[in-house]
Design a protein around this ligand. Structure first.
Ligand code: C2E
Ligand code: CA
Ligand code: CA
Length: 625
């Protein structure tokens, strides 16, 4: 064996390279040996013959060793019956080499390849052998243990014992097939959860709709979005969040039937295709089951995690007849489920679609508004509670829509946040308000609202400082109003941005205080200059003693932390008098001045403080009466 290898080169792999040549030699070796005549001739001749036979045997042994040394299986057959095979072939099919001889090729082939084999043999019978160099054929062999072995075969005809035979070189391609499978899997599955990805989801949805069309039945698409996933990612880190997603995937998979598909479409977005719906309540029952399954606590690395899911449902064919339409409809319904508090599901309704269209038009118009000066800032006075002097103003954005008239920022700011326009819008507000405020008296401040989304810009602090430099407004005349929402998102980066701004001398206010979940914890995380008590508390104060005690407590808290407290939405003199009595620092509200256009602000400055006081609908003294 070694000798054979030596003569052929150091690398056994080379043996399989010149397979066609090798097969020719091999065939010749087998053939000559078996065709050798045997007769009782003269002794001398007999001796010579024995010698030549011995040489041939040695030669056969060498060729057999050579054949066995190849990594490929070799089979010689005639009319489908095996005449000879090497050890590699025996290993591939798991049979002892000697048991292969005399077998029918059909015994060695997986049933799935029988038709292919039959066609091959029939073509051979008609003398239509494939030419050398033809692309190899892929078939499945049957292993002794019953499993299918994918192989690639090359075959050629050669003379062998009184006639032609076929020599077939068999290459085991299990590894290659497995790699192909893996690549195919990767192209169609999400790496984290192994669930089908968006591509496969789209294919399956297409197939499901096609089948439903033929059968005249319904398919449901359920779009899922996890509730409270982001805080898990932010607070517990990506590893825990990834494990959470894997466990969610598992729960979803366990909640569906084998015919249904669950896919992961994005970070914490999943989607489901429900087929074979026999009852109209099917999707609702399924959605309810999924909501409950995800609401169960997860335990990951010792963390007890409670999240939830919101689900939107769309039906084929009533809500859409293409995959895209269905997913869009389910997404619209999902949006509705989210806005109604999460942990629930909603079916798509065509009226939602109208809203969606309206939103799209509004988004288009808002882009236009940024370019065509339909936006302006109004300013609402911030007043010192005690003296009732105007300390400055809060800039509030106004949109005069050419057809619809004025649109409230409460309506269009969330839209701008969703479509990313808030970055441009926010920058415009900052630049405009700072420029205008730079023209006010030196002691008047301007308060500007910042959206949490604006904090996603890593250069927000630089942008603001550049605007101050450009407009010449002193940093200590700028107050930035942020809500708790800012502190929930990417806390590290946000705190870094706020710290730079504060160090530059800019004041930071916590707006809408009391409307979030855990206001007090945010006060510890960042040294705010001001707290603005949300107007809902001021409004409820007169009727609800609880609100009154909350306002009182916040004023006391501000005093102990040396943070200025502003009461928002002061509308009545009773409210103002009470706030003055509680030593609240500042107030803002319709009583003290409504938001006004830029042109009117100058009048406010022009007024002496006493006059401003008498201008108020009710003076504190009068209110106290
Ligand atoms: P906000 O920051 O809490 O602003 C105060 C809101 O309360 C303003 O509503 C103001 O007009 C209203 N308001 C003031 N005093 C009273 C009162 O006595 N009674 C009542 N009922 N309301 C009063 P507006 O201008 O509609 O703004 C709504 C919200 O839109 C603002 O709430 C703020 O969150 C957002 N917003 C406004 N302008 C901007 C902006 O330039 N950027 C960002 N990101 N958000 C803005
Ligand atoms: Ca504000
Ligand atoms: Ca506010």
């Amino acid at each position: 064996m070694l000798r054979v290898l030596e003569t052929l080169g150091e690398h056994p792999i080379q043996l399989s390279v010149g397979l066609a040549g090798l097969l020719a030699l091999l065939g010749l070796g087998f053939a000559v040996l078996r065709l050798l005549p045997r007769s009782a001739r003269a002794a001398a001749e007999a001796a010579e013959l024995r010698e030549s036979e011995a040489r041939l045997r040695a030669s056969e042994a060498r060729f057999r060793q050579l054949a066995d040394a190849t990594f490929e299986g070799l089979v010689i057959h005639r009319d489908g019956i095996v005449i000879d095979a090497n050890t590699a072939m025996a290993a591939i099919v798991g049979w002892p080499q000697e048991l292969l001889i005399g077998r029918n090729l059909f015994d060695l082939c997986a049933t799935s390849s029988h038709d292919q084999l039959r066609a091959q043999l029939a073509a051979l019978g008609r003398g239509e052998a494939p030419a050398i160099g033809d692309p190899p054929i892929e078939i499945n062999l049957r292993h002794a243990d019953g499993s299918a072995i994918p192989v690639e075969i090359h075959a050629r005809t050669m003379p062998f014992e009184n006639g032609d035979a076929r020599v077939v070189a068999v290459r085991d391609i299990r590894e290659r097939k497995a790699a192909e499978q893996r690549i195919l899997h990767m192209a169609h599955h999400d790496a984290l959860t192994s669930l089908p990805n968006r591509n496969l989801f789209r294919d399956r949805l297409g197939q499901a709709m096609e089948r439903a069309k033929r059968g005249g039945n319904t398919v449901a698409v359920l779009c899922l979005d996890l509730d409270r996933f982001k805080p898990v990612n932010d607070l517990l880190g990506p590893e825990i969040a990834d494990e959470l997603l894997r466990q969610v995937a598992l729960r979803l998979t366990e909640s569906i039937r084998a015919d249904d598909t669950v896919a992961r479409l994005g970070a914490d977005e999943f989607a489901l295709i429900q087929v074979g719906l026999s009852h109209p309540d099917g999707p609702a029952v399924m959605a309810d089951r999924l909501v409950k399954a995800i609401a169960e606590p997860f335990c990951i690395c010792g963390h007890h995690i409670v999240i939830g899911t919101s689900i939107g449902i769309a039906l084929y064919p009533s809500d859409g007849i293409s995959g895209d339409e269905l997913v869009r409809a389910a997404d619209t319904a999902l949006h509705r489920a989210k806005t109604s508090g999460g942990g629930t599901f909603r079916f798509f309704e065509s009226e939602m679609d109208l809203r969606l269209q309206e939103r799209r038009h509004l988004e288009r118009d808002l882009r236009q508004a940024l370019m065509t000066e339909q936006l302006e800032l109004h300013y609402q006075p911030l007043v010192d509670c005690d003296q009732l002097t105007v300390l400055g103003c809060e800039a509030l954005l106004r949109w005069r829509h050419p057809e619809r008239g004025p649109i409230s920022p409460a309506d269009f700011i969330p839209l701008a946040e969703e479509c990313g326009l808030i970055m441009q819008l926010g920058a415009w507000v900052l630049r405009t308000a700072c420029r205008e405020a730079a023209g006010w008296p030196d002691d008047k401040i301007v308060a500007i609202n910042l959206s949490p989304i604006q904090f996603r810009q890593s250069d927000l602090a630089e942008q603001i400082l550049a605007i101050l430099a450009e407009t010449g407004l002193a940093p200590n005349r700028l107050e930035l109003e942020i809500t708790e929402g800012v502190l929930i998102e990417d806390t590290e980066r946000t705190l870094a941005t706020l710290t730079i701004l504060k160090k530059a001398g800019i004041h930071i206010s916590l707006d809408d205080f009391g409307t979030g979940f855990s206001s007090l914890s945010y006060l510890q995380r960042f040294p705010f200059d001001k707290i603005k008590i949300d107007r809902s508390f001021i409004w409820a104060m007169e009727k609800n003693p609880d609100s009154m005690s909350i306002v009182r407590a916040v004023i006391a808290l501000g005093r102990s932390l040396r943070i200025t407290v502003t009461a928002e939405g002061v509308e009545t003199s009773t409210q103002l008098a009470w706030l003055q009595n509680e030593d609240c620092d500042q107030a803002q509200g319709y009583l003290l001045g409504k938001p006004m256009p830029r042109a009117d602000i100058a009048k406010l400055w022009a007024m002496p403080p006493q006059r401003a006081q008498t201008e108020l609908p009710l003076s504190p003294a009068k209110a106290a009466e």
